[in-house]
Ligand binder design. Structure first.
Ligand SMILES: Cc1ncc(COP(=O)(O)O)c(C=O)c1O
Length: 351
């Protein structure tokens, strides 16, 4: 606290990012990063962008990148918005689309940045409880609302909703913007991008951080019909006209173009996830059905916090949330098969 702080800053509850420790030989399964290196073509493109042109501002419209994303997903470049990680795209969505007189709805167990953004932008929000199986019931969203946001698959549960459910949600709220945060959709979920031409209230947000292994580059995007995208552009151009540097734009274009790398990598992660889930179940864990690059699991005989601490003693870091209903769960990012094996070996020692 300081007398120099504005009232809004004093009231903020900032998001706490997963730690990035610098320990040797660490098995880092705490922030849902991709365990594989990004495509060589991405590195090559970033190297080429590291030229004398860096003295010039980047394209504020990121037109080449938006065209590339648009072609990949079958929409028009005007229906694509890009930002500095999907966190920034989400933040702009909160400011541009999710603040209304009636409350914003999102799940009670979900991405912890949502309440932070709601606080930052002074948005009245209602946390809608997950059902007893930790799933989202769209029927629970049938209540007065100004807007809705939810991740699909949800985080940290990993549970996905089928596209038919997302379509029903969007159809049931024709007067509200509905934002679907698809940070993890490429690991087995169904993307709602296919619904964008049909629904003017739908905005789909995705990221390069997970399935394209580019968390360090900070690129995310949204796809929606023109009026929603224009709202995001208005906020962006009132905040920072150049959120993506030249290297980020060049790298992201190369990432979208390397479909072979994308398919191979996500396939490996999905296979490792199924293997890890089955190893955990063999050891007595309850593992929620995940469509993401992580699993959410609890053991009937071991408290989550203690388990996380004992894993840490063995240089394996996972994410634990000290929150009601989920405090016994661990969120475990899918690593390489070797990293997953080290996790399982550490668990065998502990259990
Ligand atoms: C549900 C969800 N949405 C969005 C993000 C943000 O990702 P980024 O800002 O790296 O694109 C994350 C990151 O962990 C996430 O879990």
């Amino acid at each position: 606290m300081s007398k120099y702080w504005s009232p809004i800053v004093s009231a903020l509850k900032p998001y706490i990012p997963g730690e990035q420790p610098r320990m040797a030989n660490l098995v880092k399964l705490n922030t849902n990063e991709n365990p594989y290196a990004p495509s060589d073509k991405v590195i090559e493109a970033i190297r080429s962008a590291a030229s004398a042109d860096l003295r010039l501002y980047p394209d504020p419209l990121a037109l080449d990148l938006r065209k590339t994303i648009a072609a990949r997903y079958g929409v028009a470049p005007e229906e694509v918005f890009v930002g500095n990680g999907s966190d920034e795209v989400l933040a702009h969505s909160f400011a541009a689309l999710l603040k209304h007189d009636r409350p914003l709805l999102y799940p009670d167990i979900s991405y912890s940045f949502y309440p932070t953004y709601a606080g930052l932008f002074g948005i009245d929000a209602i946390e809608v409880p997950l059902n007893s199986s930790f799933g989202i019931d769209i029927a629970d969203y049938r209540r007065p609302a100004g807007a809705i946001i939810l991740p699909n698959p949800n985080a940290p549960t990993g549970i996905g909703l089928p596209l038919t459910e997302i379509e029903a949600l969007v159809t049931e709220h024709p007067d509200q913007p509905v934002v679907i945060d698809e940070a993890y959709v490429d690991f087995g979920g169904e993307s709602a991008i296919a619904l964008v031409p049909k629904y003017e209230n739908l905005l789909v947000v995705q990221t390069f951080s997970k399935s394209r292994a580019l968390a360090g580059l900070r690129v995310g995007f949204a796809i929606g019909q023109r009026p929603l995208i224009e709202a995001l552009e208005r906020v962006k151009d009132s905040f920072n006209s150049y959120p993506l540097g030249r290297a980020a734009q060049a790298g992201a274009i190369a990432a979208i173009k390397d479909e072979a790398w994308f398919e191979a990598t996500r396939g490996k992660i999905i296979a490792s996830r199924e293997k890890l889930a089955s190893e955990l179940k063999k050891r007595g864990f309850e593992v929620l059905p995940s469509l993401a690059n992580f699993v959410f699991a609890r053991h009937p005989d071991h408290a989550g916090q203690a388990l996380a601490a004992k894993l840490r003693e063995r240089a394996v870091i996972v994410r634990h949330f000290a929150k009601p209903r989920i405090s016994d769960f661990l969120r475990i990012t899918i690593g390489t098969d070797e990293e997953c094996a080290r996790l399982v070996a550490a668990l065998d020692e502990i259990l």
